[in-house]
Structure formats: structure tokens, C-alpha cells
Design a protein around this ligand. Structure first.
Ligand code: OSB
Ligand code: MG
Length: 372
């Protein structure tokens, strides 16, 4: 294909309730969507991608305004110059630009959506998915009090979520985990996510979580602390799962070989796109390492693509693939719905859901062309 136009859509979506992690409190998500128009054998096709960078560089080095700049100045002009562009070659064409996986991933997703729509193939079928629906977990932020947390968890369990993930930080770890276990019992699938808030010196604190039979502890230490995660893993019974540290299939291989990751959270944006995410799945599966699909508060567009990825056979743990209503009253697509703890994988061409222009307009979106 040949790209003929690109537009960036920006829209601010208020969250239904504040979302607090060890690194920030979010009340709104500043969403950027990439819309590409391409010529495929004389036919005009459209594709959509979602950029998952946050407003501030606190989870990883990227932020959404930076992604827009990098796309406009370097990534889009490079892809515009390619006459036989395919989703499979986007990463290759952009490899000279160092880093910026979330910016690259949003472009690759838009190109892949266009390519699959042109041939009538769904994301799930293309990626090698094997299930019609995927288990749906929910990520629960840090709350001011334990009763407030228990109310939130009770609501999600009543809705039917298959797994609860509690955000933790120093001072908010064993206490909330113990309270949730006490209130809701040992059968709840439960895990925690520290977002890199601890150091190896906190081993005793993290060890105190061993008694709660957690599925895993996600990213306890810093992004570049692979070796220290390997050391920590030998000291905990709870399996160590890496999120921030896994930025590519290469780093996934390193983490697996070093014993730094017993489980991997796969986020397409963090690793440069759905194709690299699928490679990490393949690598982990070959090594017997379970993976699950993480989330970045995606809209229905990103969630739908994530559900397709999570339908691959190595995704053996529930992902952070909650319904649209977990974060948004008003989504930009028809809402993704969770029923009986599962989200359906679309069989429609491409991502299967697309942003609704009327919804975008109602939510105050702005759109701007990218010069190609
Ligand atoms: O660490 O998984 C994380 C959201 C933003 C940044 C990092 C993380 C998260 C989540 C949200 O946990 C999961 C979701 O999108 O439902
Ligand atoms: Mg995480």
C-alpha cells in the first residue's frame, strides 16, 4: 500500500473515577488516534490506530505530545516515502528512529487495520488467535482508605470480573491485600502491580505478600533492574511478572534467560506494536512462560485489538481487558462489553471497531492533518 493521508485526532476522555498508581493519579485520559488513508491496488482504505502514551512521562519515557511531534517530524514522512508499505515492514522502515515504541506502535496499528480491512481479515485471525472470547481482569487503583478499596473491588466482582489486580506502593501493600483476601476469600484470582515503586532493600516487605497466594507481582523494581528482578525472584514465592522492563522481544529473551520474569505482561504500545507483541508471545510460549495482555486505559479501539491479541494460545492469564465502562462513561467506539467475566474477540475485518465520528465530535475531539 501507499499512504495518501494521515490525520491525528485528539480527545480528552474524563475517567469515571480517579485512577491512582504508585506514580500518578489520573482523572482524564488525553487520547490520540491515528487515522491513515492508503491506496491498496487502486482502492482507498482507512485504518485506525490508538496511541497509548500518557500525558506525562511517568510510566515510560514517552508522553502523548511527544508522540505527536515524533510522528509528525520523523515517522510519518518516512512511511509516506514507502511505495510498497505493509504492516510487517513498518517497524523495519522506522528502525532508525531510536525508541518511541508507543508512537511507532500507533502507526503500525493503523497500517495493519487498513491492510486487514482491505483483505477482509480480522485482527485475531491474522495474529493467530484461537478463542472467541478472552477472560477479563480489572486493574484497581490505590484508594485513600481500605473500606473505599473494598467497595470498589466488591463492585467489580459483582459485575463479574474474572481477576482483580491491585495497584500497590510502599505503605499500601500487605494491608489492602490482606483486607481483600479477608473480605472476598481465597478463590478470587488476585495479583498486584507496583509500577517499579520498590527496591531490592524492600525484599522483606514484598515477601510479606507471599502468604496471600497471589497470581503474580508485577514490576516491583525499576524498569532497568533486570538483574535485581532475577535476584528478587529467588527470594519470593509469588511469581515475578515484568511490565515496564519488557520493551522488545530482545529484552523479553534477556529477562527469561536471567530468571527475571516468571510471567510477562505484554502491552503492544510498550514494545512497538502488535507484531512485536506477538513475537514476545511466541518466545515466551516456547519457554513455558505465561503471558497476559496489559492495558493503558485504551478506548474501545485499543481494547478490541488487545482482546484479539489475548486470544493467542499463550495468553493463559486474564488480561487488563475490562469493558469500556470501567474507565469511560462515553467511549469513542460502540462500547466494549464484559459479560460473565469475558470480552468477545471481534471477527469483523481489522480491529473490528472504529471510532465513531459523531461520538468524537460530541466529545470535543480535534483533528489535524499530518503533512506527508
Ligand atoms: O502498569 O499496567 C500498568 C495503566 C496505565 C499505565 C500502566 C498500567 C496501567 C494499568 C491499567 O494497570 C490497566 C487497564 O488499562 O485496564
Ligand atoms: Mg503494570
Amino acid at each position: 500500500m501507499k499512504l495518501t493521508a494521515m490525520r491525528l485526532h485528539r480527545v480528552d476522555l474524563p475517567l469515571v473515577s480517579p485512577f491512582t498508581t504508585s506514580f500518578s493519579t489520573q482523572t482524564v485520559r488525553h487520547v490520540m488516534l491515528v487515522e491513515v488513508t492508503a491506496d491498496v491496488d487502486g482502492h482507498e482504505v482507512t485504518g485506525w490506530g490508538e496511541n497509548v502514551a500518557m500525558s506525562d512521562p511517568l510510566y515510560s519515557a514517552e508522553h502523548v505530545d511527544g508522540c505527536e511531534e515524533v510522528i509528525r517530524r520523523w515517522l510519518a514522512p518516512t512511511l509516506a516515502g514507502v511505495g510498497d508499505l505493509t504492516a510487517e515492514t513498518v517497524g523495519h522502515h522506522l528502525r532508525h528512529v531510536v525508541g518511541h515504541p508507543m508512537a511507532k506502535a500507533s502507526l503500525e496499528m493503523a497500517v495493519l487495520d487498513a491492510q486487514l480491512r482491505a483483505r477482509g481479515q480480522s485482527f485475531g485471525e491474522y495474529l493467530g488467535g484461537t478463542t472467541a472470547s478472552v477472560p477479563s481482569g480489572v486493574s484497581v487503583g490505590i484508594h485513600d482508605t481500605v473500606p473505599a478499596l473494598l467497595d470498589a473491588v466488591r463492585g467489580y466482582l459483582e459485575e463479574g470480573y474474572a481477576r482483580i489486580k491491585l495497584k500497590i506502593k510502599p505503605g499500601w501493600d500487605a494491608l489492602p491485600v490482606r483486607a481483600v483476601r479477608r473480605e472476598f476469600g481465597d478463590d478470587v484470582l488476585l495479583q498486584v502491580d507496583a509500577n517499579a515503586a520498590y527496591g531490592l532493600a524492600d525484599t522483606a516487605t514484598l515477601r510479606a505478600l507471599d502468604e496471600f497466594d497471589l497470581l503474580l507481582i508485577e514490576q516491583p523494581l525499576a524498569e532497568d533492574d533486570l538483574r535485581q528482578h532475577a535476584v528478587l525472584a529467588t527470594r519470593l514465592r509469588t511469581p515475578v511478572c515484568l511490565d515496564e522492563s519488557i520493551v522488545s522481544a530482545r529484552s523479553a529473551a534477556d529477562a527469561i534467560v536471567m530468571g527475571a520474569a516468571q510471567v510477562i505482561n505484554v502491552k503492544p504500545g510498550r514494545v512497538g506494536g502488535y507484531l512485536e507483541a506477538a513475537r514476545i508471545h511466541d518466545l515466551a510460549r516456547a519457554h513455558g512462560i505465561p503471558v497476559w495482555c496489559g492495558g493503558m486505559l485504551e478506548t474501545g479501539l485499543g481494547r478490541s485489538a488487545n482482546a484479539a491479541l489475548a486470544s493467542l494460545p499463550g495468553f493463559t492469564l486474564p488480561g487488563d481487558i475490562s469493558g469500556s465502562n470501567r474507565f469511560y462513561r462515553d467511549d469513542i467506539t460502540t462500547p466494549v462489553e464484559m459479560h460473565d467475566g469475558r470480552v468477545a474477540v471481534t471477527t469483523q475485518p481489522g480491529v473490528g471497531l472504529e471510532p465513531d465520528r459523531e461520538r468524537l465530535a460530541r466529545l470535543g475531539a480535534t483533528s489535524a492533518e499530518v503533512a506527508l
